[in-house]
Design a protein around this ligand. Sequence first.
Ligand code: UD1
Length: 422
Amino acid sequence: MDVFLVSGGGPLTGSVRVNGAKNSALKLAAAALLAPGRTVVDNVPDIADIRVMGQVLQHLGVGVHHRSGVLTLDVPEQVGDSTPADLASKLRASIVVLGPLLARCGHVRIATPGGCNLGSRAIDLHLSGLARMGAQIDYGAEHVEARARRLVGADIELPYASVGATENLLMAAVTASGTTRLGNAAREPEIVDLVAFLQSMGADIRGGGTSEIEVRGVRELRPTRHVVIGDRIEAGTFAVAAAVTGGMIDLHGVRPEHLRLALSKLQAAGAEVTERDDGLTVHGGGELKAVDVVTLPFPGVPTDLLSAFLLLSSQARGTSMLTENVYESRFSVIDEMVRLGADIHLEGHHAIVRGPARLAGAVVRATDLRAGAALVIAGLVAEGETVVTDPYHVDRGYTDFAARLSALGGDVRRADVVPSLV
Ligand code: UD1
C-alpha cells in the first residue's frame, strides 16, 4: 500500500520553483482542440491530471507529447467527438472539452465527469449556457450529448461565477456566429490565462479578468505557443508550510497578486511575506495568531487553500472561524486533522478552530487533493510519525511533493507499507 511517511521536525527552509498552474494547463490543453495544427504549451506540470487530460486528447485523435514541462499537441483536421467513461471518471476537468468540441464538430458526447470527491459538482451552468447559444442538450447520468450546427452568440448571465462554466462558454463562443456576452463571469487568474491563450489563437475577446466578458465570434483560430502562469494554489500550500513549521521559503515563478488575499491572511496570522514580481518569500519565525478566513471566488481566498488554512489556524493562538462557501465537502479533512490532535468543530459551513494544538503522528487519509497536501504538511508539524494514505490524490496536482519537501529539510517519503501495519 502506497503512502506518505512523514516525521515531524524542524522548519522548512529553502527555495521552491512553483510549477505551472494545473487548473490553467488543463483548460489550455482543451482549448488547443479549437485549431488544427501544432500548439505548444510551456510550463505544464508533470502531474496525474495532465496525464489523464493527455489521454483524453489522444482518444480524440490529438498527438500528445509532454517532456520537460513542454506539452506539444498536434491537433488533426478531424477530431473525435466523444470521451470515454473510464477517463472522464478520473478527471472532472474533462468537462472542458465540451465547449471546444461542440464548436469544432457540431456534436459532442462525453461521459459525465468525475474527479475530486467534493460533493455535488453540477454542470447545469455549462449546459444552460450552451443551450442559450443554440445547442440541443441531452443530459443523462452516464453521458452528456450536445448538438449545434453552428453556435450562435448570446447574452448569458451566470447565476454563479463558475470557473468551469465560464471556461466552457468562452471556448464555445470564440468561433460562434455573432457576439456573446458573459455576465457574472469568473475572474480567476486561470480565466485570464485562457483568454490570453485564445487571443493568441486569433480570438476576439474583451474583459477577461472582469465579470463582464465579450466575445466576438471569428471564423477560425490558429495554433499557438503559450507559457502557463504559475500555480497560485501550489504556492499557497508552500507558503503555509513555511508559516506552520516556522521556516522560510522563497517561492519563484508565481505572481503574488494571484494570491493576495491569502497572503494578507498569512500576514495577519503573523508570518512575514515579502513580494517580488515573480515570487515571494514567506518567513514564519514567530508565534501565529488566530485569523478568520472566508473562501470565495477570486479575488477571495481560494477554496483550494481551505485545508491549508485549517492547519494554519490549528497552530495559531486563539479561536479562528473558517467559512467555506464553494464546496460543502472541503470539510471532510477535519476528521483527519482532529485525528492528529487539532481542535476543530463544525457549525454549518463554518469551522471553529482553537489553537495552538499539539499535533501527534497518526494514520490519516487524503480525502482529496488539497486535503492530502495539507495533511502531509501537518505531519511535518506533528510529533512522531504520520502516515498519509491515498497519496494518489496528491499526485493529481503536485509534482514530486515528497522530494520537494525533503529538499526543504522535511522528513517526507513515499513508501510501500503492509496494510495491516497501518
Ligand atoms: C475549479 C477548480 C477547482 C476550484 C474551483 C473553484 C479546476 C480543474 N478546478 O473547479 O480546483 O476549487 O474552480 O475555484 O479548475 N456549480 C454548479 N453548477 C455548475 C458549475 C458549478 O452548481 O454548472 C457549483 C459547484 O458545484 C461548486 C461551485 O459551483 O459548488 C464552484 O464550481 P466551479 O467554479 O465551476 O469550479 P470548477 O470549475 O469545477
